[in-house]
Design a protein around this ligand. Sequence first.
Ligand code: CAO
Length: 432
Amino acid sequence: MAQDIYVPDIGDFKEVEVIDVLVNPGDHVEIDTALITIETEKATMDVPSTAAGVVQSLAIRKGDRISKGGLILKLEVSAAPASAAPAVTAPSTATVVEAQRPPVKPVAVAVAPVVAPVVASNLPVINEAGFARAHASPSVRRFARELGVDLSRVTGSGIKGRITPEDVKSWVKQALAGGGSGAALPKVPEVDFAKFGAVEVRPLGRIQKISGSRLHASWVNVPHVWQMDEADITDLESMRKQLKSEAEARNIKLTPLAFVILAVVKTLKEFPVFNSSLDASGQNLVFKSYVNIGFAADTPNGLVVPVIRNADQKTVFGIASDLAALSEKAREGKLGAADMQGGCFTISSLGGIGGTAFTPIINAPEVAILGVSRSSMKSVYNPVTHGFDARLILPFTLAYDHRVVDGALGARFTTYLARQLANAAGLLAVSS
Ligand code: CAO
């Protein structure tokens, strides 16, 4: 037998927005099962079923506006309709809603029935004040209680940031995946782009998927600080030009990056903590006596990081030669796993493309990365002549793991590095 289910008495509210439809045709519902969630100016509340049965058809959709007596859905009921209809479940604020169809006395429903949490042992203790303030319907609150989820930690992806059952589920999944740390990430809202125009879906490439998850792991695990600085490379650039013919004779292309690597190696020797890594426990630093420098290479298949081994034992020509050979191998997609392992510190150079600065993500478990941008001529004050000189200035950014490196040390590193780059003769003296 079919039975219509109507909106009960919801107090003085009229034309209230339906912010969620909680059932679909074919679903079995019991008396009290939440059917829809509505939102008034004061509260969010669930409207429960007044009968048990199977949903035949829905009369409303998300976003519709309803008032008392409006049809919600048709139900195929197996038994006689329940004589006493339940109340609208308590709203998420402290308001107690009077609601019955047919109208009867107001009934207050406990907001927080304490059910033994299913996964509570892995989740942080619930902050009751925060839980009470969370923007969620009673059914979602009940669901969160059952799972032991503190709603104050969950970010809502629903209308006006309302927390949906899916948000609670994904929070639990992430908390469990995070080894019980409870450090769940808020979900990025899902958008049906096709609703707004034609779209084409292309899967990410293999390298993008691998580097994407490593970058994401670093982004969420490592507290980054970015220290910007610039170096006067006027003398270094003239030195590079002088060395060009010698490089060509050796069949080597000498780009500024080879000199930057040389200067970084010297700086790492001065500040060995930047050549270390935190061990898996996060309690110890592993210092390496070798210096292997990774560099980000842009390839048709995505970003890869080949490694120049023992860069501290190489001349600028040796470094430039490795740089060119590994870059070519990378672009041809021929790098082996060994070519990309053992790095201590990474350099990402966008100098060949452009830009004045960027903030690179650390290639964890390394503790720092250097981002190099494009050099340009600038007018620089000369304290001796009190005039301005045209100088070639190279901007760069050091990103470091703040668990390992303090701000003062980060600034000392960049200052020292800038000094090495400015002192071309001194730099090349170490590059025998
Ligand atoms: N300022 C001004 N010019 C620069 C420069 C700088 N900082 N760095 C390089 N150049 C110039 C070079 O001298 C070269 O000029 P010529 O062709 O006139 O000699 C030109 O730019 C191109 O250099 P290059 O890119 O071929 O060579 P490279 O050694 O500088 O870099 C490599 C090699 C593999 C790092 C680079 O090709 C590359 O892939 N860069 C992109 C890295 C990347 O994607 N990083 C972002 C990763 S996400 O954080």
